[in-house]
Design a protein around this ligand. Structure first.
Ligand code: RIB
Ligand code: CA
Length: 316
């Protein structure tokens, strides 16, 4: 099977870490680089965490520092979900390797504009780097072979009733990306909650595998399960959003998707950061109906997803 060349953009928190490991350990991907943006935690912590993850994956993948803030400035980090260090405060030691000096935006432009073959992009955090790259090099939208985003939710959010974290952190960036001509797939909260579970028995397999990457994934999954158990009072499967998005990027056949025209709300008192899908079936009958701009994942086959994650990570 020919490897697909990919770039992964992230705001390394707990689920980004799992997703990065899955992408880097997969035989299907040649990960050319990882670009980082502020989001779950500050950029400094995101870069540090990403380097720690690359070391645990035992892969030689360069890490590029990117946006230190959203386009419009302020945002709320998510230490409540990712710990103060962004990796669940489970105690991973500092990395030995260092980040690149090239800025993430410049790496994105150089990589996609100069590649002689298709390169695919996967985003796991706010879309600030991609928006900045599109603003600096508008032709870039025709040079990204595909974009799979963990972003949004057409049936509601997680930060507010309307908005998902990666979009509400930088709605203007999301608007720029969703309006672009890049072939886009949106993996939002709905299908992740429906089919993105990793079960307790899966976590035990990672914990017993004995590899650095499974050790990291097992510890992070266990931390998430224990955090939720403290809230709900029972052991439940965990649903790491970025890991599910990476699963869909690796094997789109594990998911169902429908093309919709999706708009990003920028001004709503209660709805800023909403990903609003136009699902009116009759709209396509009208000449002025805007064409679909994104393939929205609507369902994930949980058995196939879990098998993909286990089969990929348990390989020694
Ligand atoms: O809403 C979930 C998303 O926001 C995930 O990417 C998580 O890492 C946070 O960035
Ligand atoms: Ca993320």
């Amino acid at each position: 099977m020919e490897k697909r060349k990919v770039v992964i953009d992230c705001d390394t928190g707990v689920d980004d870490a799992m997703a990065l490991i899955l992408g880097m350990r997969s035989p299907a991907f040649d990960v050319l680089g990882i670009t980082t943006t502020a989001g779950n935690v500050t950029l400094e912590k995101v870069v540090r965490n990403t380097l720690v993850v690359v070391e645990h994956a035992q892969r030689e993948v360069p890490v590029y520092p990117g946006a230190s803030r959203p386009l419009m400035g302020a945002w709320d980090t998510a230490e409540n979900a990712h710990g103060s260090d962004g990796l669940g405060d489970v105690g991973f030691p500092d990395p030995e390797r260092t980040a690149e000096t090239t800025h993430a935006v410049d790496f994105l432009i150089e990589t996609f504009m100069n590649s002689g073959e298709p390169v695919h992009l996967i985003t796991l955090g706010p879309l600030t780097n991609v928006a900045l790259a599109l603003a600096k090099a508008p032709a870039l939208e025709h040079h990204i072979a595909s974009l799979v985003m963990m972003a949004g939710g057409i049936n509601g959010g997680n930060v507010t009733a309307a908005a998902e974290f990666n979009v509400i952190v930088d709605p203007e960036a999301a608007d720029i990306v969703f309006r672009s001509a890049i072939p886009k797939t949106m993996v939002g909260l709905g299908p992740i909650m429906q089919g993105g579970s990793i079960k307790a028995e899966d976590v035990a397999q990672f914990e017993q595998a004995g590899t650095p990457w499974c050790d990291m994934v097992g510890r992070l999954l266990r931390q998430r399960m224990e955090a939720w158990q403290a809230i709900v009072g029972e052991v439940r499967p965990t649903m790491p959003p970025d890991l599910a998005a990476m699963g869909v990027a690796l094997d789109p056949d594990i998911a169902q998707a429908t093309p919709y025209h999706v708009m990003i709300e920028l001004n709503g008192t209660h709805t800023r950061g909403m990903t609003l899908a136009d699902r009116r079936w009759y709209r396509k009958l009208f000449d002025d109906a805007p064409a679909p701009n994104v393939n929205v994942v609507t369902e994930i086959d949980n058995d196939r997803y879990r098998k993909l994650v286990l089969d990929t990570l348990l390989v020694q």
